[in-house]
Design a protein around this ligand. Structure first.
Ligand code: ZN
Length: 334
């Protein structure tokens, strides 16, 4: 039993890190990049705990789970661990989190903490989540720390947009790339976390989530669940009724917020409809007529995605899309 067992789908990255550790070649800074919601932060935390653990087999990068350091870490109170990210509702990571507030500039924050001697172990570890949301002042402070890293310190930057991180910072970090979660792992996670109850639901949710557990969580809850149910019930009817459906979906899209969020919501609508179509087709695969019809509808969805990219006004876009889908599904009970 390894403490890495609960992190599914990233064996390659785990092996890579373990080998570096065995050879005594861990870097002092990593940039962990890859899609949102695949387990990058969980990986960083497990790495930190393994490095703090007082009873690991030498160089094994494992955590025992019961030594004082493991207990402190699991309780979120390890004095040598520092984790920051973008607070809810903010657009960037506040500078104070790096260098302290105006009154305590240089005497608080991540860069200051890293400069102190470790208290409970032999190193300091800092994790910066949403690292692409650092402003330039923060990035410059961090750069100084990265240029002269305190002995045995470890800094982990986490991002799903590594191209948005300053090249000067990127060049001082070793890259660790995370891939989308494999389908079967995602299905297991969805079931074990209770995002879906039945295997078939979990399968559908996993396909829609594109390898991201975060997407799966959002889809299984709240707004996206509402949409999935609306689509399933409306397109399950013998006749799709655009007069009723268009305003309902438009309301859903508009409640996403500003225009970029509305366009994202529109793209989710397309994913949800195509997954719904796919499920219907699977139940009727033998009829050629249906297969043709299914492809016509899929093509219409593809055009719709193009139109969204071309910034077509959403009400007009939706009106056209739903009417076309309704026409294509007329008389086809699938
Ligand atoms: Zn331990």
């Amino acid at each position: 039993m390894s403490h890495w067992d609960t992190l599914l789908g990233h064996d390659r990255v785990i092996d890579q890190m373990k080998r570096a550790c065995e050879r005594g070649r861990l870097s002092h800074a990593y940039l962990m990049s890859g899609p949102a919601g695949v387990g990058k932060k969980m990986f960083a935390r497990k790495l930190a705990q393994a490095l703090f653990c007082q009873t690991p087999e030498t160089g094994s990068l494992e955590a025992c789970g019961h030594c004082p350091n493991c207990k402190r870490f699991q309780a979120g109170s390890h004095p040598d661990y520092y984790e920051i990210g973008c607070p809810e509702g903010k657009k960037s990571i506040p500078i104070e989190l790096f260098v302290g507030s105006d009154d305590h500039r240089g005497r608080e924050g991540l860069c200051y903490e890293l400069s102190l001697k470790p208290m409970a172990s032999d190193r300091k570890i800092a994790v910066i989540d949403d690292a692409h949301l650092m402003q330039s002042e923060s990035a410059n402070s961090l750069l100084k720390t990265l240029e002269e890293p305190p002995p045995k310190s470890l800094i982990v930057l986490i991002t799903d947009r590594d191209e948005a991180i300053l090249p000067t910072i990127r060049s001082r970090c070793q890259f660790v790339r995370f891939q989308p979660l494999p389908h079967s792992e995602l299905v297991s996670l969805i079931l074990s976390l209770g995002y879906a109850v039945h295997e078939s639901q979990a399968e559908a949710l996993a396909r829609l989530s594109e390898g991201s557990l975060e997407n799966a969580r959002e889809l299984s809850q709240g707004r996206l669940r509402e949409l999935t149910e609306l689509v399933a019930s409306s397109f399950g009817q013998d006749r799709v009724n655009p007069l009723k459906l268009v305003p309902e979906i438009l309301g859903w899209i508009e409640s996403a917020g500003e225009s970029t969020a509305q366009r994202q919501a529109a793209v989710w609508l397309l994913k949800v409809i195509s997954e719904d179509l796919r499920l219907r087709l699977r139940r009727n695969v033998t009829e050629t007529v249906l297969v043709d019809n299914y492809h016509q509808r899929l093509n219409r969805l593809r055009d719709a995605e193009q139109q969204i990219q071309e910034m077509m006004p959403i009400p007009l876009w939706l009106e056209g899309l739903i009417h076309d889908l309704a026409r294509l599904s007329r008389g086809v009970h699938a």
